[in-house]
Design a protein. Sequence first.
Length: 328
Amino acid sequence: MGLNLDRIGGVYMLPVILALIALVFIGQPSTWATLTVAGLSMGMMIFLMASGLSLVFGLMDVLNFGHSAFVSFGAFIAATVLAALGVWLDGDSAFLNFIALFAAIGAATAFGAIAGWAFERVIVKPVYKDHLRQILITMGALIVAEQLILAIWGGVPIQVHRPAILTGSIILGDVSIEIYRVFAFLLGLAVYVALYLVLNRTRLGLLIRAGVENREMVESLGFRIDRLFVGVFMAGSALAAMGGAMWAGYQGLITPAIGGELMILVFIVVIIGGLGSIQGSLLGAILVGLMANYVAFLAPKLSLASNMILMMAILLWRPWGLKPAVKG
């Protein structure tokens, strides 16, 4: 008799099961707790990037391979703003620390939204419902964006400064938890709650979901569905840039290749979670973050392949992903 997940919380129990299995193999509770917190924070940052792609991919049926460009630009814009506000970052004032931090995240997010609007109008709009051309044109746009980053910031790795208030760790017994990881987790959680409420508890979310199911019906009621979809694309691009900004502070050192490197994990999360599903993106991101940290500790040589193996195992079990918004 197999384990019936539906009776004990459904697929939402998978991260708990993964964590318990890891505890058995790791053995040391303090090490396990540190890795678990690191995995959760990493998962939340990946969720910020993946949720945007999932919205665009699942709700608009757009294969946007240029999504990583927004991640890269978000990282570099945030790093630039933090460098310009270095005096505020290093001071003892928590208020100025947070002003500098949110200025960097806000600048990256705003750029992502504006660039997303231009990207949708110029690049994506002419190729709606043509997946092959979407892949080709967004890949071309990605190459152009990467060259722009090289032209503006150069190819030398850039160091990213963290606010003084987010440096250091919290010590709980034998467990050490980085303060920045806690902040990343809380920010990702706040974004998830906001997205969930907008899509499931507001008239705007209802119109977006109705437009995906039956565009003609929504337009016959007098609503401009194309404007709604532009807003979705802008939101997805803004989330990608926000995720890039947070990842820049997490890594501490960024290169123009940051977006391309992260897109592998982002696509894995979207596929694992299910297209168009915010809950699925969150679940997939947490699984990927935990798996990456546990395997990197237990078997470093398998760390790169671990999430690919996770994706294959889940797709063999649930071909449409863990919590897909739509099937087929």
